[in-house]
Design a protein around this ligand. Structure first.
Ligand SMILES: [Mn+2]
Length: 391
């Protein structure tokens, strides 16, 4: 308020957010804009806005440019990942699908949709990711037409990004990659004293994905059976949220039962409420654990909101429910995250890709808001990228 009259209006998150924005820094954005203008040459004399160059080099116009994730720098030399707090990486992979393929284009879909998120700013959280973090796009893992060999590539890539001291954001890819992602990460989880640590997993999905094999291979119905065979990623620290409906086959249930994973249906979560469900999930995933991995399957969201996926199913989360859940899950910190099962070829108006990017932004925003990013973890530049072998 600009005068001294008492404000008769009730306090609100909206008013807080409006006030909070003024305290956010602007320096990195100003420096980036100045650099963009210099590289792109000053604009034509007829243009009065001095921030418009001849060539687009910054986020604007949103429809211009080459869409890396969030138009972030493309780090061609992945050995330089340690200079960044967050590393996005694509895993273009869909030979683990059991119905509709197409998730090999998931990373492209997310990158294309991400241009609408290049303000990097969450109004409600009062977080500006551009000012808070150095982020980059490492490009894509070189996946091939062989599931197990691609898994080996993925484990090395995730292990590399994590040991570089960055927060890996993995853009799938079908859900089979959950296993090699956890496998690549797990050997590098440490307790505060540097000794080997334990990893919990929070898995948000409509499907259990706990089969040992499907059609004789480790398909996208199988990641959590195998991930929880890794000694320091035990099934007792796996929480599966949003599970249910008519697409989980009975064989999958045996895997969850035998392993003793903790399962919450949509009804459970609705009855408990999002806050309580998140609290319960965090307590179980973090029990005696040193880090938690987040696996977010886009098909956990109500089918009508995410047509661009292989197994859409009615009855899942409403978008604002899952966005809140993700913020709460991230509030205690994460080691890495994946967003999987985006298949742009079935999408309508990019809504599924937008949902995937938005969900990822909520996680990053919450990690910053709660002081977990930037992470102070020191990079290990000579890490053993085959440390997962034998696990
Ligand atoms: Mn699923």
């Amino acid at each position: 308020m600009t005068d001294s009259t008492p404000d008769f209006r009730p306090p609100s998150q909206g008013l807080d957010a409006v006030a909070r924005e003024a305290s956010l820094p602007t320096g990195k954005r100003e420096a980036a804009d100045a650099r963009a203008l210099e590289m792109g040459l000053p604009g034509a004399e007829s243009i009065t806005d001095p921030n418009i160059g001849t060539f687009s080099r910054g986020p604007l116009p949103l429809y211009a440019g080459i869409p890396t994730m969030l138009k972030l720098p493309y780090v061609e030399d992945v050995r330089q990942a340690h200079q960044h707090d967050v590393s996005f990486m694509g895993v273009p992979f869909d030979i683990g699908t059991t119905f509709r393929p197409g998730t090999r284009f998931g990373p492209q879909g997310m990158r294309r949709a991400s241009v609408q998120y290049t303000s990097f700013y969450s109004f409600e959280m009062g977080v500006d990711l551009f000012e808070s973090l150095n982020m980059c796009d490492l490009g894509d893992v070189f996946t091939i037409g062989n599931i197990e060999k691609s898994f080996d590539q993925i484990s090395r890539a995730v292990g590399h990004a994590y040991t570089q001291g960055t927060f890996p954001v993995i853009m799938g890819g079908d859900h089979s990659i959950g296993y090699p992602c956890v496998r690549g990460l797990a050997p590098h989880i440490r307790k505060p004293d540097g000794s080997p640590g334990k990893l919990g997993i929070i898995h948000i999905d409509r499907h259990l994905d706990t089969l040992e094999k499907d059609m004789d291979e480790r398909m996208h119905t199988c990641p959590w059976f195998h991930a929880t065979n890794i000694p320091n990623a035990p099934s007792t620290n796996l929480v599966q949220m949003g599970i249910g409906g008519w697409q989980t086959s009975r064989e999958w249930v045996k895997g969850a039962r035998d392993k003793g994973t903790y399962v919450l249906t949509m009804d459970d979560i609705e009855t408990m409420g999002i806050e309580k469900a998140a609290e319960v999930a965090l307590d179980i995933a973090w029990k005696d654990a040193d880090a938690v991995y987040l696996s977010f399957d886009i098909d956990s969201v109500e089918a009508g909101h995410v047509p661009g996926t292989g197994w859409p199913q009615p009855g899942g989360f409403q978008p604002r429910e899952v966005l809140k859940l993700l913020r709460l899950i991230a509030s205690r910190g994460l080691a890495a995250m994946e967003c999987v099962e985006v298949a742009p070829c079935y999408d309508i108006a990019d809504v599924t890709s937008i949902m995937a990017v938005h969900a990822t932004m909520e996680v990053l925003g919450s990690l910053v808001d709660h002081g977990h990013l930037p992470d102070k973890r020191a990079p290990i530049l000579d890490a053993d990228l085959n440390a997962w072998k034998g696990t």
